[in-house]
Write a protein that binds this ligand. Structure first.
Ligand SMILES: C[S@@+](CC[C@H](N)C(=O)[O-])C[C@H]1O[C@@H](n2cnc3c(N)ncnc32)[C@H](O)[C@@H]1O
Length: 388
């Protein structure tokens, strides 16, 4: 069992133990909100929304849209095709949505793109609000949904996910604004802002989130950056299922962060950790692994996961290492920040090597220790020798 899986299990055990959901109580609570008054309020909101849509669609990119686009929020249409083609992503989301959305549920999707995840939800849900900020994608989602059965259950709303609230409480929120290491895209910020606004407007409980959590790990690599003789240490996205002959894993991955969306999530991620190096060579890159826990199957003590492509970042200063060295690594970044911001924050160094420690310890301590201490010394020596 790899470390990322182990951490997932520990987290999962914790979630099951402290599970806040009594689904029946929650459904009763939500039904009590759906009074005639709130329904007419909902219709009022929708017609206002339509007028706003028309205004939005007729304008050029606003300053806010431009900033989002600059920060990598707007994904061009052809990239949405890649996302639809990504079997790993699609199968996992479809399964998680089928598991979490119950018949008659109200669902909100933040960042709907082509509308595919909203459409998965529409198979069981009574109503889905699919919020998308990019006017091109709003048009595209409406066009595509109109061609699919149950597409009429999905209302595509042209709005900013940072500001939009559905007209009534929802049972499930789907949000896939996910980039490796939670960089670039605004998943964490959007969900945290949503939780604050939702609680202020509707009170508790919060809806279920898909994904429920994210587990992130880092791993030192020796990466070959030779491209037909051209040396190019450059940011890489690596397939998770392919064999990568240019990549040597120098240590096992270490989990550096677990974000659980059912609790407040801090945007600041900082880590200082150690890796036990497994082979001699040069550490010249750090790889970032991101496992999205889309749904926790509490009854089965398991999860439905989606693992992003790996992100391998070249180090400014490669470090030569020996097997059994301890590699000290630290970094900090804000979720949603740029890849270069993480690269600039990476610090990697070899901890004082065991051989050097041994050289200091032997002459200094042995003669001075009383007899009963010699056993302790032997133990310490053996421990040091084992890792030297
Ligand atoms: C990674 S795509 C996922 C699309 C779709 N959910 C899917 O899984 O195929 C993220 C989507 O969020 C949209 N988006 C980004 N920022 C947004 C915001 N502030 N408000 C609404 N939509 C946003 C992007 O335009 C993009 O379509």
């Amino acid at each position: 069992m790899d470390l990322v899986t182990t951490s997932a299990c520990i987290w999962l055990g914790h979630r099951i133990k402290y599970s806040r959901l009594n689904p029946f109580a929650r459904i009763r609570r939500i039904k009590s909100f759906i009074s005639t008054h709130s329904l007419s309020f909902a219709f009022a909101r929708i017609s206002k929304q339509d007028k706003w849509d028309a205004t939005m669609e007729s304008t050029m990119l606003t300053e806010q849209e431009f900033e989002s686009s600059y920060l990598g929020q707007f994904i061009p249409l052809h990239y949405h095709h890649n996302m639809l083609m990504d079997e790993n992503r699609m199968k996992s989301f479809k399964a998680a949505i089928a598991h979490t959305v119950f018949p008659g549920a109200k669902v909100l999707e933040l960042g709907g793109g082509t509308g595919v995840l909203s459409w998965f939800a529409a198979a069981k849900a009574e109503k889905v609000w699919c919020v998308e900020f990019n006017p091109d994608m709003v048009r595209e989602a409406r066009r595509l949904l109109s061609r699919n059965p149950d597409g009429d259950k999905v209302e595509v709303v042209h709005a900013d996910a940072f500001e939009y609230l559905p007209p009534e409480p929802v049972d499930v929120v789907i949000c896939e604004m996910i980039h490796v290491a939670m960089l670039r895209e605004k998943q964490v910020e959007v969900i945290e802002a949503f939780k604050r606004r939702y609680t202020a407007r509707f009170g508790g409980p919060l809806p279920a989130f898909i994904p429920e959590a994210v587990i992130m790990a880092a791993q030192p690599l020796q990466q070959d950056y030779d491209f037909h003789g051209y040396q190019a240490p450059i940011v890489q996205f690596q397939e998770i299922t392919s064999i990568l002959p240019q990549t040597v894993e120098m240590a096992r991955p270490e989990v550096y962060s677990i974000l659980d969306f059912s609790r407040p999530v801090d945007q600041n991620i900082g880590w200082e950790g150690k890796f036990r190096i497994e082979r001699s060579g040069t550490v010249n890159a750090m790889r970032f692994l991101t496992k999205n826990v889309l749904a926790v199957l509490t009854g089965h003590s398991t999860t439905i996961d989606w693992i992003n492509h790996y992100l391998a970042l070249p180090l400014a200063e490669p470090v030569s290492v020996n097997a059994n060295d301890t590699l000290k690594v630290s970094f900090q970044y804000r979720t949603g920040a740029s890849i270069p911001s993480l690269m600039a924050a990476l610090r990697v160094e070899v901890e004082v090597r065991p051989a050097a420690v041994l050289a200091n310890v032997r002459p200094l301590h042995v003669p001075k220790w009383p007899r009963y201490a010699s056993f302790a010394f032997k133990k310490e020596y053996r421990a040091l020798a084992a890792i030297a």
